[in-house]
Design a protein around this ligand. Sequence first.
Ligand code: F6P
Length: 568
Amino acid sequence: MASSTLICDTEPWKDLKEHLEEIKKTHLRDLMNDADRCKAMMVEFDGMLLDFSRQRAAVDTLDKLFKLAELCRDLVQAAHLREKISRMFNGEHINSTENRSVLHVALRASKDAVIQSDGKNVVPDVWQVLDKIRDFSERVRSGSWVGATGKALTEVIAIGIGGSFLGPLFVHTALQTDPEALICARGRQLRFLANVDPVDVAKNITGLNPETTLVVVVSKTFTTAETMLNARTLREWISSALGPQAVAKHMVAVSTNLTLVEKFGIDPNNAFAFWDWVGGRYSVCSAVGVLPLSLQYGFSVVEKFLKGASSIDQHFYSAPFEKNIPVLLGLLSIWNVSFLGYPARAILPYTQALEKLAPHIQQACLELVSMESNGKGVSIDGVLLPFEAGEIDFGEPGTNGQHSFYQLIHQGRVIPCDFIGVVKSQQPVYLKDEVVNNHDELMSNFFAQPDALAYGKTPEQLLNENVSPHLIPHKTFSGNRPSLSLLLPSLDAYNVGQLLAIYEHRIAVEGFIWGINSFDQWGVELGKSLASQVRKQLHASRKKGEPVKGFNFSTTTMLTRYLESWIP
Ligand code: F6P
């Protein structure tokens, strides 16, 4: 069979297409009455419970999805999920368009693990950098590494964008609510400068003293225009206040490109390496996230986060598909996107601590893990996909989201939802006159929303409630709207690591089955190169008075207006 065989040409795919017609005749209201079905659609791992009984699926839908994942051994590119997972863990160059391994799992492997890339065990290199981070962050935190004027560095600004920003921000936001992490962060500040917008620079340096600030420049390539301009801006901020020699004490870097780090003026001894087998959006477990987070919370807290991610790596690698949380989530996404035709997914954590989870996972529109990974139109061998792949991820913590876009989810478009809840609040509040505590109140909504979506409300029910007839169409809820619920025991650094790895592997599963390359991101290049043409034009107009040329009418008009109205 040719290597360009698409998954949609396989028997299991066609079988699922036929099966879809059966599922279309069902309603979640009825499916939820079958306790055996519901029981079969719950999985537990390490204290967490995944309930996917509110998916528009029967038990045999899952069986058919497992077949899709496994039973295509005769086809070169179709599914082979188990083999593809192994190839990833074995360091094969599964990112074929960039000819690279995909080994973010090595970033959280234990010291004695052996994970090969290009014939070399990469784990010792990973731990060499982790040990260097442990040492450096302890020196900064204890005050033995001081700034140019002898003061301790208590504030950190991490400069980076995309994968060099969103993952660390997500973890930082989550850890900020963990009591243990909070104690470790006492007296320290961590800020993130991502946007090249000067407003973001101003926001980040406001209230900070260069004497007590450490800047971490985070860039895999060390060429990203926004990051490098922000790095030059903060280098200027430091050297104009403390002298150019202060840069050595106040600026460090995280990159795969240590040559450019040195050229920029950062001592390579103060650079923390990672490797081309770490995709930008999968890099939070490398120095990209570990360095800023260790400076803020201490290495031992971050090590727990890595251990959590590693626990899911083991589970993903070895658990049978029927009990494998990332595999189940990935397969259900395939079902929702490519069969039921739902193009979006809402990520709805019922904990404010996870407010940056959806922005990180989105890396889908342009810059989020899922959208950048699976937002592709061709198979891994360049064949145009005749089916929909990738989804639009978005989300907000509940209950906030309930007061904004949930109206659309309940009565407008069908958007499969991920509800994420936590049994034990990190910051419980008990008011003596309240019967139900604040966390119970939050969680009441977590439990209620999935049923509201699944069951809806019929005109008959409304009639029985004496609703006036003219309001019945407005108050009817069709229901049959799929969701899944993930209940975590708590949300400490370990669980945050688990959640991250679950989403990372879910995206890989989807890409493996769709037969696309989830690990490249050519789609972001065109915009970058057009921005570079505009940058050249701005330079030519400002320096040499050259008129705007080479753009279409619309862009020429806008650019001319911008240049004419510009006051330095
Ligand atoms: O915009 C695409 C991208 O290449 C992302 O994948 C990456 O995370 C981001 O830009 C930043 O790149 P770098 O870490 O090289 O600065």
